[in-house]
Design a protein. Structure first.
Length: 54
């Protein structure tokens, strides 16, 4: 099955300024805007918001 652009790979960068990133996929049809997820940042040692970068 070919991968299409409906579910692209996106990078989530920490808003704490540590430079830590997560890589995930998102559904463009359900989430057309930039996504924000609250996840654990091991460099900061706490949960912070991770924003999608393009």
């Amino acid at each position: 099955m070919a991968r299409n652009e409906l579910r692209p790979v996106v990078r989530l960068r920490s808003t704490a300024g540590t430079g830590f990133t997560y890589v995930t996929r998102k559904n463009r049809r359900n989430d057309p805007d930039r996504m924000t997820v609250r996840k654990y940042d091991p460099v900061a040692g706490r949960h912070v918001d991770f924003r999608e970068e393009r």
